[in-house]
Design a protein around this ligand. Structure first.
Ligand code: FO1
Length: 323
């Protein structure tokens, strides 16, 4: 069975780990979000690709869900001693090796997709990991400027500055995917969607993780017209994000922080949608939008729980395929 998943960082990676346990013989292709990518200290950092690679390859720092395990911070301490920005984004020594190599290969002219494949040679994540595009796409967040929340003045900042430095506490007026309109899907992306037996939308942030992948011209249409059933899992449980600050991003685009609200955002693509058992009352609304909806436990407390979610998603795919 060929499974293609669109994934962001932590939620997507933990779900994928469960998927590999639930379907050990499947050929899994992961299309990763690269709109979180940022250049720091001259180095190209791809947080979501690295989170998938480290999580599935056994190198992730489990306690935070990103970065390397067994990390040290000598370089970050030295940079701080120089007063170098951006100190709000911590790059550990082990993690830095990944960014050094990525930047070296990009500078030599390799596309991000080839670099990602080379990095995965070491980590053997058990999936084919493709960046959504080889082109530069950056999520920027438009926030009020000058301290006046209601004032007309505004500025656009990089997603990571809003997310990590400001903890998404400053209200986002708009989210802009800079470069998305000119980006091309990376090699293999459209083929992986067209050739899939099942397409999965893991419980990743719908606005800043899944949103940018679908915004790459051609990707949303490919998912909508794919022969395979498309099944998603709600990243919202009981009106709150499972992790991260997805509510702040949903509010910015005027979507309610509910399991049904997120389903509606993807309703043109979805054949099936899983909500948590506490959101069982959302099932009729989602089914009213033409999407088969089932309530199952969606807390990824451990790999077994993630595997059970993956099994439920694959079962739902089989059910809607048979219809
Ligand atoms: N998240 C933080 O909250 N603080 C950090 O200092 C930080 C550094 C970092 C370095 C490498 C990396 O791959 C991820 C990192 N993250 C950090 C996570 C990341 O900012 C976000 O969680 C994702 O981009 C959202 O998917």
């Amino acid at each position: 069975m060929r499974i293609t998943a669109l994934a962001g960082g932590i939620g997507g990676s933990r779900f994928l780990r469960g998927l590999l346990r639930a379907a050990p013989d499947a050929e899994v292709t992961v299309i990763g979000n690269t709109a979180d990518d940022i250049v720091l200290h001259g180095l190209h950092v791809s947080p979501d690709l690295d989170t998938v690679m480290y999580t599935l390859g056994g190198g992730i720092e489990e306690s935070q869900g990103w970065g390397r395990s067994g990390e040290t911070f000598a370089v970050a301490e030295e940079l701080a001693a120089y007063g170098a920005e951006a100190q709000w984004f911590t790059l550990g020594d082990r993690d830095l090796a990944t960014h050094l190599l990525r930047t070296q290969m990009l500078t030599a002219g390799y596309p991000l997709s080839a670099v990602t494949e080379a990095l995965c040679d070491r980590w053997r994540p058990g999936v084919r990991l493709l960046p959504m595009t080889d082109d530069r796409v950056e999520t920027h967040v438009v926030v009020p400027a000058g301290g006046d929340e209601d004032g007309a003045a505004e500025k656009a900042i990089h997603f990571q500055e809003w997310w990590v430095r400001l903890h998404a506490e400053v209200p986002a007026r708009r989210i802009v995917l800079v470069g998305a309109d000119r980006a091309k899907p990376a090699p293999g992306v459209l083929d992986a969607i067209a050739a899939a037996d099942v397409i999965l939308l893991p419980p990743s942030n719908p606005v800043v993780s899944i949103g940018p992948i679908l915004a790459v011209p051609g990707v949303r249409d490919a998912v909508a017209s794919a022969a395979a059933p498309v099944v998603g899992l709600s990243p919202i449980i009981g009106g709150s994000p499972v992790r991260g600050m997805a509510d702040a991003a949903l509010t910015a685009i005027g979507v309610p922080t509910t399991a049904a609200g997120v389903a509606e955002l993807f309703a043109d693509l979805l054949d099936g949608w899983l909500v948590d058992t506490v959101d069982a009352d959302a099932v009729p609304a989602v089914e009213g939008a033409g999407v088969r909806c089932v309530a199952v436990p969606l807390w990824m407390t451990d790999v077994d729980a993630a595997a059970a979610m993956a099994r439920a998603a694959l079962d739902l795919a089989e059910e809607v395929r048979a219809r």
